[in-house]
Ligand binder design. Structure first.
Ligand SMILES: N[C@@H](CCC(=O)N[C@@H](CS)C(=O)NCC(=O)O)C(=O)O
Length: 240
């Protein structure tokens, strides 16, 4: 049984998709990052970087509980545990890992910063807005170029690389990414959305979001973007 301690952000959803695709037994444990639940000492014991997602596998390597943070590492772990969605063929395997790491190193951080400077930064800084918007559009071009030549990101098989990128690209319309300019990307996006496991993820993500909003009613939200406050919360949660 896999415990997923998380929130249905793109990083949380990629693991939910993998759990649904593999058919592993799993359960979602809500970690409301708007309320600062990622800074409790219990959660920090699972995820020392105070980020979601984290998993606990009751049947980890060698038997017994095994805890993990970092969504890309979690996807590789679940792929190796089940023998699914990470090809055995060496070339396909390394191609898949390249595109998985491309998501972790570029798509996630750059789209995340674009979202921050467009929507959350207290001060509107045009330089930062342009920098991350332009970089996000450039990354869609990289994806489209790859997907004009390859059925899926890693290879001719659907893999953990596709699961990692998909949830980040749901906002493609707002970025002006359309069928005419990005046909490879759009073909791929539609193929992923046709998968029953992905549809289950999308339904569950909406349900979990609604449940978390309800649970947060009347409670004080933290300022998630106050990095000084975040550092102090981390220090309090891990004080020895
Ligand atoms: N590289 C990490 C990134 C995780 C991450 O940034 N999680 C965000 C939500 S998507 C989070 O937990 N934020 C809470 C915080 O910063 O305190 C991963 O892929 O697991």
């Amino acid at each position: 049984m896999i415990e997923l301690h998380s929130s249905p952000t793109p990083n949380g959803q990629k693991v939910m998709i993998m759990l649904e695709e593999t058919g592993l037994a799993w359960k979602h444990f809500d970690v409301n990052i708007r309320l600062g639940e990622q800074f409790t000492s219990e959660y920090l014991a699972l995820s020392p970087n105070n980020k979601i997602p984290a998993i606990v596998d009751s049947d980890g390597p060698g038997g017994g509980r095994y805890t993990m943070m970092e969504s890309g590492a979690i996807l590789i772990y679940l792929a190796e545990k089940t023998g699914k969605f990470l090809p055995k063929d060496a070339r396909k395997r390394y191609d898949t890992l390249q595109w998985l790491i491309f998501q972790m190193a570029h798509v996630g951080p750059m789209f995340g910063q674009a979202n921050h400077f467009n929507n959350y930064a207290k001060e509107k800084i045009q330089y930062a807005i342009d920098r991350y918007n332009n970089e996000s559009v450039r990354l869609y071009r990289v994806l489209d170029n790859r997907l004009r030549d390859s059925a899926w990101l890693g290879s001719d098989e659907y893999t953990i690389a596709d699961m990692a990128v998909y949830p980040w690209t749901k906002g493609h319309k707002e970025r002006g990414i359309d069928r005419a300019g990005y046909p490879g990307f759009m073909r791929w996006f539609d193929a992923i959305e046709a998968r029953p496991a992905v549809q289950r993820n999308n339904t569950m993500a909406a349900e979990i979001r609604a449940r978390m909003t309800q649970a947060a009613e009347g409670k004080q939200a933290i300022d998630m973007f106050d990095t000084k406050d975040n550092a102090e919360r981390l220090a309090r949660g891990t004080r020895r």
